[in-house]
Design a protein around this ligand. Sequence first.
Ligand SMILES: *Cc1c(COP(=O)(O)O)cnc(C)c1O
Length: 306
Amino acid sequence: MSFFNTIETGNIDLNFSCLKQNVKIYMKREDLIHPIISGNKFRKLKYNLEELKKNKNSLLITFGGAFSNHLLAVAYLGKIEGIKTLAIVRGEELKDSKFNTTLQKCSDFGMKFEFVSRKKYRERNTNKYNCELQFKFKNSYIIPEGGTNILGIKGCEEILSKYDKEFFDVVCVPVGSGGTFSGLINSSLEKQKILGFSALNNSNISEVINKFVKKDNWKLYDESFFGGYAKFNNELINFINNFYKKHNIKLDFIYNAKMIFRIIDLINTNSWTFGKKILIINTGGTQSVDGINELLKKQGCKTINY
Ligand SMILES: *Cc1c(COP(=O)(O)O)cnc(C)c1O
């Protein structure tokens, strides 16, 4: 498929002026890969799509939350490839409420939904649930939440170029289900350090990562600054708005903004012990900003302005 072929993304020098250590920070613009299938979701779907086509499956089933970038990417892919898509969505209560902008876009692209309770959703990676789905929906291809499986990780092994591996001491990436991080670790050189910044507090994602990688040149940070997954405060919103003003780059608030905030903090508190040539992977994910701003407004908070 044509657009899956054009994927070497450029790095830009962020020219940070606020740093208290002499380091150079570059950003890989994976966020610019595609306006809808942004960043890492594109990488993770590439080989899964190939597999689905090889198997001649007629339905693509996957899992996600109501703001999921992955669901939107799958919905869009289904539309342009003529593949039916079904999402198992976390939250039974959403069945009867108005779709947020992410789910509405998914629906416009032809995606169907099955809304399940949080309890049921927790079973999403079990064989039992997957067999149940295979039985109910014949000839379907199931992609796990976030697109993280062996084939998804294989796609993420293509993020770093040969130059990136030789030039950079450290590569930083946000972590959700751990697929992108795993792919980067697999493709890195031993001398490089790969730092993952989890969107969750107290995740047991290290176990998942250890299943997919053989190297140990990595370190994972939990989200312990803003209170956990999708939590935020005015400081974070200000950071995103200022970053946009200064660099003209949009950061999403769940993954990339929190990662960069943390990196700057590590550097400026002299906790950065890794290396001076740093590459940050911007994984994109700003599609949900309209929905998020609606929530922020309702709560009387500052909104993201870009
Ligand atoms: C899904 C997502 C991630 C997390 O990627 P994983 O491979 O699930 O760890 C990071 N950033 C953005 C913008 C995402 O949409």
